[in-house]
Design a protein around this ligand. Sequence first.
Ligand SMILES: Nc1nc2c([nH]c(=O)n2[C@@H]2O[C@H](COP(=O)(O)OP(=O)(O)OP(=O)(O)O)[C@@H](O)[C@H]2O)c(=O)[nH]1
Ligand SMILES: [Mg+2]
Length: 134
Amino acid sequence: MALKLVLVAACALIDSDGRVLIAQRPPEKQMGGLWEFPGGKWEAGERPEETLIRELQEELGITVKEPCLAPFTFASHAYADFHLLMPLYICRRWEGIPQAKEHTALKWVRAKELSDYPMPPADLPLIPMLRDLL
Ligand SMILES: Nc1nc2c([nH]c(=O)n2[C@@H]2O[C@H](COP(=O)(O)OP(=O)(O)OP(=O)(O)O)[C@@H](O)[C@H]2O)c(=O)[nH]1
Ligand SMILES: [Mg+2]
């Protein structure tokens, strides 16, 4: 059977205090209840930055300009039914106040506290990288 490769663009929003925004997935979704970086699936014809700007508007109601997205790292993880390839961008500048439009909750957390929040397995290697950055 052909491998299903899923491209998801995600973002670590960093506030002026150096805290990172994480969002809790709704209970009915795949991996419900886990905390993640806002973002979502690539749609045909989009560049990854366009995917992310669209998702940040849809999920958080914020406007991000493309030069404010800095590539940081990526996750590559084999889930049971698909392989996730997820570039993680850093963003420190946006317009608007993030609201949980599609998530159960949002939380600003210090990098060293990220491991207190259950995250999808693909995200676990990203935590020490953020800790080193911040
Ligand atoms: N956004 C996001 N998705 C992640 C992360 N880690 C991770 O494994 N994923 C997985 O990537 C996949 C796509 O994420 P998503 O549910 O946000 O996609 P989406 O916003 O387009 O939503 P939709 O599928 O309901 O339209 C999910 O299987 C999700 O569990 C993460 O940190 N952020
Ligand atoms: Mg999403």
